[in-house]
Design a protein around this ligand. Structure first.
Ligand code: SME
Length: 155
């Protein structure tokens, strides 16, 4: 496993292209999902300078906060609530260009302006979500969706 993250610069596409093999190499030798989520949150956060990057795990009827980078966050989210709970319910990625336009958005931080949430599935069942918040509007698009869904498959 790589012990450091190579410096990654360039366009969004170039960053994901360079980051993906590094993430793959970090997670493929480790079986502990918490350790892998922790490293993936760190690598994405460092590479893109997001506001908040982390995971919520499905535990019973709720999402429970997992490894993350960024400010303090809410610890539990019910199915169907907020962007995270809606992603779990719909079992598909949600891109939110402006969080104020998403009914029921849960504001863990008032600085968050846009968001993407990607489901992580094992055998077709959602076991966690990857949640990324940006302090700018319109940060996430189909490029993020494509690459983050590829990363989700590794977890
Ligand atoms: N905004 C999320 C809650 C989690 S925080 O952004 C870290 C939501 O609406 O589900």
């Amino acid at each position: 496993m790589a012990e450091h993250l190579d410096i990654i610069e360039g366009s969004k596409e170039e960053r994901y292209e360079a980051l993906y093999p590094q993430i793959k190499s970090v997670v493929e030798d480790e079986t502990d999902s918490i350790a892998n989520m922790a490293n993936v949150a760190s690598m994405l956060h460092e590479t893109f300078g997001f506001w908040w990057t982390g995971f919520y795990r499905v535990i019973g009827e709720q999402l429970v906060l997992g490894p993350f980078q960024g400010p303090l966050a809410c610890t539990r989210i019910k199915k169907g609530r907020g962007v995270c709970g809606t992603t779990w319910q719909k079992e598909e990625t949600i891109v939110v260009p402006d969080v104020e336009q998403f009914p029921g958005h849960i504001a863990c931080s008032s600085a968050s302006r846009s968001e993407i949430v990607v489901p992580i599935k094992h055998d077709g069942v959602v076991v966690a979500v990857l949640d990324i918040d940006s302090a700018s509007l319109n940060t996430f698009d189909d490029t993020d969706k494509l690459w983050l869904e590829k990363i989700a498959v590794l977890l």
